[in-house]
Design a binder for this molecule. Structure first.
Ligand code: ADP
Ligand code: G3P
Length: 495
């Protein structure tokens, strides 16, 4: 009887379940969208119960659709939007409030105070992170300070904190665990000791009893509750979605890199068995931890990429379907001087400005929605250039090509604009669900379904290669205009 690996990919905009066969080929998938809750400007929340219910429904659906029984599933791997913070009651399993999503900026002022108090070097040295509202620590502190009674209950050991992986693992198995790839995004994990850091817990005023236990990214962690599927299934991997995508893109050697264009855009380079010495304005993060050995990555995180197109569809009502933005943008030769900086949630790497806001410059009477659509795609590409240049400077390794995946990789025009802006070839794999593939591979390795990295690498196949088609001069001019636009949107929310 054939057997399979089931990947659960809880992303920012949807919960997906993808089934893979013995060859690493996708045999089916199911997906449910997630409600985005915006209580105030700069705040973004998800309902944790919805994250779980949509994830469970997607898992059940893909099994039913493919007529695969739970006993045929050798292992489940869980991957997730990172940093997003959940706080729940250990006794009832109920969340105390909505999850605070990674894009949420409510703790920007508190993070600014930490920077002013001179904690930037200490935090960078211990965690590899830049002080920013992006990470979980300040979000968890906010919850403890704002949910009535939470701090007292936390100090009595009644509450549990987790990123979305922990929350899903808790619902699947009852265990309260996370792995180093997710822990390294909390700002509470020490990259060098590979443990939660007591000094940081004290700094953020977080009781250690809230924290999940640390487990390997690959290896059997537990089994799903029998009543969830028609048999208990081993859970054999956990990893943050960007790290899983790096694995799924077969970036297994130092120097290899990928960019995922989903809600945000995340460029990661493998730096081997040690954290990079000086990540500059980038992040040093754990890729995956197998048998206690961590592989490290350097990362540039951009907060709004594909989400810019969602805003154009849902916020502006410019198009019915996101795919139509590409058609609009293709009907003009260029953006005709319009530049769109998608700083809707501030700017991440390498600018780190929580008070920057989205900007459209260069409008004139002849500007059409086609030009604005084109400028939106350009803006997604130019943000990647800023990050790629910073990664090259930090690592000393010039990139010769870039592997790209995520929902944005569906757009051929965006892939071409990216190659034009970067000046290097952009490779799109046959399976752009590389996040799901990567976590399936980690689970397959952990459950002994696949023999090792050699077999895993053979799963990667190219679908298309986009090569730069503009001159160096054109690129230079476009990027200079972009840099100027970024400068002008800086600190906008404080004006
Ligand atoms: N045809 C398309 N062209 C460009 N972008 C697209 C297209 N289809 C989807 N997207 C973008 O992909 C993003 C979703 O990608 P996905 O990898 O599913 O993200 P996430 O994991 O963050 O939920 C959306 O923000 C959407 O704008
Ligand atoms: O849900 P995604 O794919 O946009 O990924 C979100 C990132 O993990 C945030 O750090």
């Amino acid at each position: 009887m054939a057997s399979y690996i089931l990947a659960l990919d809880q992303g920012t905009t949807s919960s997906r379940a993808v089934l893979f066969d013995q060859h690493g080929a996708m045999v089916g998938s199911a997906q449910h969208p997630i409600r985005q809750i915006f209580p105030q400007s700069g705040w973004v929340e998800h309902d944790p119960r919805e994250l779980w219910q949509t994830q469970l429904s997607a898992a059940r659906e893909v099994l039913a659709q493919c007529r695969v029984s739970a006993s045929q599933v050798r292992a489940i791997g869980v991957t997730n939007q990172r940093e997003t913070t959940v706080l729940w009651d250990r006794a009832t399993g109920l969340p105390l409030m909505n999850a605070i999503v990674w894009q949420d900026r409510r703790t920007a002022d508190y993070c600014g105070q930490l920077r002013e108090l001179g904690y930037a070097n200490l935090i960078a040295e211990k965690t590899g992170l830049v002080i920013d509202a992006y990470f979980s620590a300040s979000k968890l502190r906010w919850m403890l300070d704002h949910v009535p009674g939470a701090r007292q209950r936390a100090s009595r050991g009644e509450l549990a904190f987790g990123t979305v992986d922990s929350w899903l693992l808790y619902k699947l198995t009852g265990a309260h665990v996370t792995d180093a790839s997710n822990a390294s995004r909390t700002m509470l994990y020490n990259l060098h000791t590979q443990q939660w850091d007591p000094d940081l817990l004290a700094l953020f005023d977080i009781p250690p009893s809230l924290l999940p236990a640390l487990v390997d990214s690959s290896g059997v962690i537990g089994h799903s509750h029998a009543e969830l599927f028609d048999a208990a299934i081993p859970i054999a991997a956990i990893a943050g979605d960007q790290q899983a995508a790096t694995f799924g893109q077969a970036c297994l050697q130092p120097g290899s890199s990928k960019n995922t264009i989903g809600t945000g855009s995340f460029l990661l380079m493998n730096t081997g068995s040690r954290p990079p010495a000086s990540p500059h304005a980038l992040l040093s993060t754990v890729g995956w931890c197998i048998e206690g050995h961590s592989t490290h990555l350097i990362e540039g995180s951009v907060f709004m990429a594909g989400a810019t197109l969602q805003w154009m569809q849902q916020g502006l009502g410019l198009v019915q379907e996101i795919g139509q933005i590409e058609q609009l943008a293709m009907s003009v030769d260029d953006a005709d001087g319009v530049v769109l900086v998608p700083a809707f949630s501030g700017l991440g790497a390498p600018h780190w400005d929580p008070y920057a806001r989205g900007t459209i410059l260069g409008l004139h009477r002849g500007t059409t929605r086609q030009h604005i659509a084109r400028a939106a795609l350009d803006g997604i590409a130019y943000q990647t250039v800023d990050v790629l240049r910073a990664i090259e400077a930090a690592s000393g390794i010039p990139l010769r090509e870039l592997r790209v995946d995520g929902g944005g990789a569906r757009s051929n025009l965006l892939m071409q604009l990216l190659a034009d802006a970067l000046g290097i070839p952009v490779l799109r794999p046959a399976n752009i669900e590389t996040t799901a593939l990567g976590i399936a591979q980690l689970a397959g390795l952990g459950a002994g379904f696949w023999s090792g990295l050699k077999e895993i690498e053979s799963h990667w196949q190219a679908d298309a290669c986009f090569t730069p088609a503009i001159s160096m001069d054109q690129r230079k001019r476009a990027l200079a205009q972009w840099q100027e636009a970024v400068r002008r949107c800086a600190n906008w929310a404080n004006h």
